[in-house]
Each structure stands twice: as structure tokens, then as C-alpha cells.
Write a protein that binds this ligand. Structure first.
Ligand SMILES: Nc1ncnc2c1ncn2[C@@H]1O[C@H](COP(=O)(O)OP(=O)(O)OP(=O)(O)O)[C@@H](O)[C@H]1O
Ligand SMILES: [Mg+2]
Length: 267
């Protein structure tokens, strides 16, 4: 059964003051199955974050419909955990208070709550920074704090918008492995936006490639690489190289002229 369905979704924004219209998405239709790890890649500005916003119920689409577990999304969708592209930490709360917040809202018992917060602070490597405010953290640390705050309460559907983009390469690999283990051990469904084709291949069951704006679905690539995957070595597998070439061939035609090569014989 599908958890998520985008049905002919289009989104047009009106730019404040100028009234200029920007068509971000056009005719987007796809499903995400229960427990699937689905990555979305596409050029900057093609509407990837908009897709997650629509699913989280932060906006309604200009055309088409978005469904979550067969219900049309018409209000804030509290059933999903959303790691947004900006960290959105509460600046007046310390690291520990930010991470604890979703558990307080859900009235989780104190002992369980404190144990979970401690575990997640350790998992994302923020020990020693519990009492620090977001403005005193580096960009990558803020991101890690925001990831912990979303995962700490165990939502079974995760929307992640370039969650590891601002994190250094080593921490990113560790966090990717944590996410994969969490996904397989706790049967999560994940929609994961990334610019990084290697990251999409490392993590996902299926990769949705979008066109440049207005974003449409250009291709869907099944990632048939065996599981469980070891993020430290997965790129060494021959299937990885083959799929990377396939994905890149699809993707490169969507990148603005910047990569176009002169025709042979022109020079
Ligand atoms: N609130 C808004 N008001 C007006 N235009 C918007 C708004 N949000 C997004 N847009 C426009 O819609 C288009 C798609 O934006 P979106 O953030 O979804 O792209 P994206 O694929 O996530 O890009 P990136 O990879 O750079 O994060 C862009 O042209 C952007 O300027
Ligand atoms: Mg975005």
C-alpha cells in the first residue's frame, strides 16, 4: 500500500510585491510505498523542497492533490517527521531543550524522555554542547541537532531535505549509516531530497529524477544494490558504478548549459 501519493501536482508561486509568477512544479505524479526509501534528485529550484512542504501540509498545491495514507493532505501533517532544508532550531532554547521539545509535546514520561535525548545527543556527536544555544553552534552542528530533534520521537515517515549537506564528509557517512540502520530496524518510510547522486545511490531503493523548473518527473531509477548496505564500501560495488553512470546520463541534460560541451569539429 502506498503511504504517499502525489497526483498531478502543480505549484505556482506568486512573488511578493512584484506579482511575478513562478511555476515550480508541473504534473507531478508518484507514489511512495510503505517502508520504501525514496530519494529525490533534481537541479536547484526545480521544486524538491516544495514537494516536501506540500506533503507536510505547509501549503496546498495550486493544482492536483497530495495524499498521505489515503487521506488528502489539507492541514499540517503531524504524522511525518520533517528535517527541513534550514535547521529551524528555536534560538532561545539550548541543544538539549530543542531535542527534548517533541517529546515534551507528546508528553513522553520523564525517564524515557531523558534517556532518548541522551542517546540522540551521543548519536549525532553533540556531547558537551547540551547547554549551548543554536547561535553558538557551527552550521553542521545545527543540522545534526535538527536531525536529532526530528528522529528522537520516532516518526515512521521521514521527510528529509538535504539533511547532510552542511555536515563534514566523515560525519555525513556516519549519519548515513545511522539512518540506514534506523530505517531497516524500525521499518521507516523515507523521502530524502539530495543533490548528491552518490548519496542517493547509497541510501535509496528508488531515485526520482526531476527536470529543471517547472519540475516534472524525468525518470525513476530502481536501485537494485543488495542490502544491508555498508555506506563505507557500497561505492566499490560494480552495480553502484553502473547505476551512477545511468543516473548521471539522465541528470546531466537537466543542468543548465553550464556543462554543455562544444560539438566535435567546431573548434
Ligand atoms: N514561498 C515561495 N514564494 C515564492 N517562490 C517560491 C517560494 N518557495 C519556493 N519558491 C520558488 O519555487 C521554485 C522551487 O523552489 P524549491 O525551494 O522547491 O526548489 P528546490 O528544488 O528545493 O531547490 P534547491 O535544490 O535549491 O533547494 C524556485 O524557483 C523558488 O524560487
Ligand atoms: Mg530545496
Amino acid at each position: 500500500m502506498s503511504v504517499v501519493r502525489f497526483d498531478n501536482v502543480g505549484q505556482t508561486y506568486e512573488i511578493h510585491k512584484t506579482g511575478h509568477l513562478v511555476q515550480a512544479l508541473s504534473d507531478v505524479t508518484f507514489d511512495v510505498a510503505e517502508k520504501e526509501f525514496c530519494a529525490i534528485v533534481g537541479p536547484s529550484g526545480c521544486g524538491k523542497s516544495t514537494l516536501l512542504h506540500l506533503l507536510a501540509g505547509l501549503k496546498t498545491p495550486t493544482s492536483g492533490e497530495v495524499f498521505f495514507r489515503s487521506h488528502k493532505v489539507e492541514a499540517i501533517n503531524t504524522a511525518v517527521g520533517y528535517v527541513t532544508q534550514d535547521s529551524r532550531l528555536l534560538p532561545w532554547m539550548t541543544v538539549v531543550d530543542n531535542i527534548r521539545l517533541p517529546l515534551d509535546i507528546r508528553k513522553v514520561a520523564r525517564k524515557e524522555r531523558d534517556k532518548l535525548v541522551e542517546e540522540w545527543i551521543a548519536l549525532v556527536g553533540l556531547e558537551g554542547f547540551e547547554s549551548v544555544y543554536p547561535s553558538q553552534l557551527s552550521g553542521g552542528m545545527q543540522k545534526r541537532c535538527s536531525i536529532a530533534r526530528t528522529l528522537v520521537y520516532g516518526p515512521d515517515v521521514l521527510l528529509m531535505d538535504e539533511p547532510f549537506a552542511a555536515v563534514d564528509a566523515i560525519t555525513r557517512t556516519v549519519l548515513q549509516q545511522i539512518l540506514l540502520d534506523l530505517w531497516s530496524n524500525y521499518q521507516k518510510t523515507v523521502l530524502f531530497v539530495t543533490h548528491d547522486l552518490n548519496e542517493a545511490l547509497t541510501l535509496a531503493d528508488r531515485i526520482i529524477v526531476m527536470t529543471k523548473r517547472p519540475g516534472r518527473i524525468k525518470a525513476q531509477i530502481e536501485v537494485s544494490i543488495q542490502r544491508p548496505r555498508d555506506v563505507f564500501h557500497v561505492a566499490e560495488l560494480p552495480e553502484f558504478t553502473k547505476l551512477h553512470r545511468e543516473l548521471w546520463d539522465v541528470f546531466r541534460s537537466e543542468i543548465d548549459g553550464s556543462l554543455s560541451q562544444p560539438e566535435r569539429g567546431q573548434d
